[in-house]
Write a protein that binds this ligand. Structure first.
Ligand code: FAD
Length: 337
């Protein structure tokens, strides 16, 4: 539809910087905007975030819409929805993209509903169909056993995009763009929720979603104590620990380590799956891993169908040998440098 123009991405800020998923979206949005011969917009909502607008331009945006005001400090569905709707109605982009993050999963569908359109969640590939110029939205389906490509004929065309499936573009500080400050004009009665308390979970080391190496344990690990051994391997590999559903449900590890359909969707270079069976709900969270190494005592375990390398045996016997060997190899690499 001719009145809808441009690609808009919803930018997220983490620890005072553009989130990695945001720079990835800027790269993907740039390609789509170029394929359409249109502009790329970025919407930034928060408090004390105006300085990041230049960053969004350096990563590919032509125009950045900034809503910078203290009430937007913490994510709140009603507040963020009201400003996102306002900007989307004003700008009329033909494509709107969110990251497949906690915020994107919540805000994206709400905004789609408000705008009377559809949304494809958890996309892993986006492209413009040359003839129709529609957005081709590709996502895993049937528990990640197949991929389907969708188009949407209502506007804007909306999608959430899985983190780490697209690479961030090179930062180009010489790029120029326009920064537009938007008044939030908050409608107090429409805000039905408020943040009472913020609890930041203490974590050390690399975050699961940012790690290049993930050592993931399943029910077969058997205890919180067992997970300490996985932590040691993860530490040597400068990676993070993840878990399947049972270790989280049993309280051996925090729920924030859950990988899968209802947990985090990650795409590390190396995924070491220890004593987990490889259920479809779990594999949804890690099928984007470039290499999967599996340790399982059951030769029939589904994880072996998914693994690049499989080791059949008891993890308690194998892991110390594996960890020692890796420690040795890593130490050798350090000496060689
Ligand atoms: C709607 C829905 C959503 C879900 N979402 C998720 C999700 O997001 N993430 C998720 O993980 N699950 C999810 N689940 C649960 C999922 O279906 C599986 O039940 C779960 O993934 C199984 O976890 P597991 O592989 O650790 O355990 P199991 O399937 O019990 O597998 C344990 C494995 O450990 C092996 N093993 C045991 N002892 C040893 C040993 N000493 N050495 C080596 N190997 C050993 C066994 O051979 C077995 O293969 C979901 C389920 C539903 C219905």
């Amino acid at each position: 539809m001719a009145e809808y123009k441009g690609v808009m991405i919803f930018g997220e800020v983490r620890e005072g910087k553009l989130a990695a998923v945001t720079t990835e979206l800027l790269g993907c949005g740039r390609n789509l905007a170029d394929a359409l011969g249109q502009e790329l917009y970025c919407l930034l909502v928060g408090n004390d975030i105006t300085s990041l607008a230049g960053e969004a331009i350096a990563y590919g945006a032509d125009r950045v819409y900034v809503v910078d005001t203290p009430p937007m400090k913490d994510y709140d569905t009603d507040l963020y929805l009201s400003v996102s709707e306002k900007v989307a109605r004003q700008v009329m982009p033909c494509i709107v993209l969110f990251g497949q993050t906690a915020i994107g999963r919540d805000l994206g569908p709400c905004l789609a509903f408000r705008l009377g359109t559809a949304i494809s969640t958890d996309c892993v590939e986006l492209a413009i169909e040359p003839g129709s110029k529609l957005l081709l939205q590709t996502k895993p389906v049937y528990g990640d056993n197949a991929r389907a490509t969708f188009t949407c004929e209502s506007y804007p065309q909306m999608a959430t995009v899985r983190a780490r499936v697209m690479s961030s573009p090179e930062r180009d500080g010489s790029r120029e763009g326009q920064i537009i400050n938007v008044e939030a004009s908050l409608d107090a009665p429409s805000v039905r929720t408020k943040v009472i308390k913020r609890v930041v979970e203490e974590s050390t080391g690399i975050k699961l979603e940012d790690a290049n190496v993930v050592v993931c344990g399943g029910r077969g690990i058997g205890s919180a104590e067992g997970f300490k051994k996985l932590e040691k391997l993860a530490e040597i590999l400068k990676g993070a620990v993840g878990a399947s559903r049972p270790p989280c449900d049993n309280g051996w590890v925090s729920n924030s380590l859950l990988v899968g359909l209802t947990g985090k969707i990650i795409a590390p270079d190396l995924y070491i799956a220890v004593a987990l069976s490889g259920s479809s709900q779990h594999m949804t969270g890690c099928s984007g891993a470039r290499n999967i190494v599996a340790i399982n005592k059951d030769p029939e375990a589904n994880i072996f169908k998914e693994a690049t390398l499989g080791i059949i045996g008891d993890w308690e016997e194998l892991l110390p040998v594996f960890t020692n060997k890796i420690e040795e190899l890593m130490a050798g690499r350090k000496k060689d440098r």
